[in-house]
Write a protein that binds this ligand. Structure first.
Ligand SMILES: Nc1ncnc2c1ncn2[C@@H]1O[C@H](COP(=O)(O)OP(=O)(O)OP(=O)(O)O)[C@@H](O)[C@H]1O
Length: 243
C-alpha cells in the first residue's frame, strides 16, 4: 500500500549558473505536517532550491512535485502554496489591509472570505497598529510581518520560507515560531531556511544540511550541540570531495 503523496518532492535537481553548480543532484522530500529546515553556509544553494521549487527559476534537470503535481508540466496548484522568498510581498502604495486583501484574492479567495482572512492575518502577525499604513512606510520588520501574513492567510498546504526571521524582533520570532507550529498541526508542510541553529532546533521536525548544492545529511534537532555536529558534517563532506 502506498501512502499519500508528499507535499513536496525534489528529485536530482541540477542548476548551473555558468561554471558554478548551485544545485548538484539535490533530493528532498517534505511530507504533510512536517516542518523541514534547510541549513547551510552562505552560497550553499538554499535560496536557489526554494526559487526552483516555487517556479521562480528553472532547474536544468531534475523533477519537482508539489502537492502531487508536476512543477515543470505546469500542474501545480499555487493557490495551496504560500511563500516568503526574496523581498516580502507588499505593494508600497497600498495599505497593510489592502495588500493582504489583494494577496487573499490572488490566492483565489472570494470577497468575504478574503476580508475575514485579512482580519485574521493582521491579528495573527500583530499588525493592528499599522493596518492602515501603506506598506512603503513600514519598518523592515513590519514589512517582513506583512510578507509572512500574506504567505499564510490562505492556510496553504505547503509553505516555503527563506530566512523568515530576518529583520524580526524577538516578539516577531516567537510569533513566527507559534504560527509555524499551528500551521504544521493543521497539516501544512513547511520548508524553512535559517542560519540560526537554535531557532531551527525549536521549530523543525527535520533538518537537512545543504552544502555545495547537495543535501549532505540530516541533523537531529534534539541534539544538544547542533553547531558542532553541523560543522563536523560539512567538514566530512569537504574531506570526501578532496579525497
Ligand atoms: N542569478 C544568479 N547568477 C549567478 N549565480 C547565482 C545566482 N543566484 C545564485 N547564484 C549562486 O549560486 C550559489 C547558491 O546561492 P544561493 O543564493 O542559493 O545560496 P544560499 O544557500 O541561499 O546562501 P545564503 O545563505 O547566503 O542566502 C551561490 O554561489 C550564488 O552565488
Amino acid at each position: 500500500m502506498t501512502g499519500p503523496a508528499p507535499a513536496l518532492q525534489c528529485r536530482s535537481l541540477v542548476k548551473r549558473y555558468g561554471d558554478l553548480i548551485a544545485l548538484d543532484h539535490l533530493d528532498l522530500v517534505v511530507p504533510a505536517a512536517e516542518v523541514h529546515a534547510l541549513v547551510g553556509f552562505n552560497g550553499a544553494g538554499k535560496s536557489t532550491l526554494m526559487r526552483v521549487i516555487l517556479g521562480m527559476t528553472h532547474a536544468d534537470t531534475g523533477e519537482v512535485t508539489i502537492l502531487g503535481s508536476d512543477l515543470v508540466r505546469g500542474e501545480a496548484d499555487w493557490s495551496r502554496v504560500g511563500h516568503l522568498v526574496d523581498s516580502p510581498f507588499g505593494y508600497p502604495e497600498l495599505t497593510v489591509i489592502e495588500n493582504l486583501y489583494a494577496a487573499a484574492r490572488l490566492h483565489g479567495l472570494s470577497h468575504r472570505p478574503a476580508q475575514q482572512a485579512t482580519g485574521r492575518a493582521i491579528q495573527r502577525l500583530a499588525l493592528e497598529p499599522w493596518a492602515r499604513r501603506t506598506a512603503g512606510t513600514l519598518s523592515q520588520g513590519n514589512r517582513q510581518r506583512l510578507g509572512l501574513a500574506a504567505s499564510v492567510l490562505h492556510r496553504p498546504a505547503l509553505l516555503v520560507l527563506d530566512e523568515p526571521t530576518n529583520a524580526l524582533d524577538p516578539s516577531g520570532v516567537v510569533l513566527l515560531r507559534d504560527l509555524v507550529a499551528e500551521l504544521s498541526a493543521d497539516g501544512t508542510a513547511v520548508l524553512v531556511s535559517s542560519h540560526h541553529l537554535d531557532e531551527v532546533a525549536r521549530v523543525a521536525n527535520r533538518v537537512s544540511v545543504v552544502h555545495t548544492g547537495r543535501v549532505i545529511g540530516e541533523l537531529d534537532p534534539t541534539t544538544p550541540d547542533l553547531e558542532r555536529t553541523f560543522f563536523a558534517m560539512v567538514h566530512e563532506a569537504d574531506t570526501e570531495d578532496v579525497a
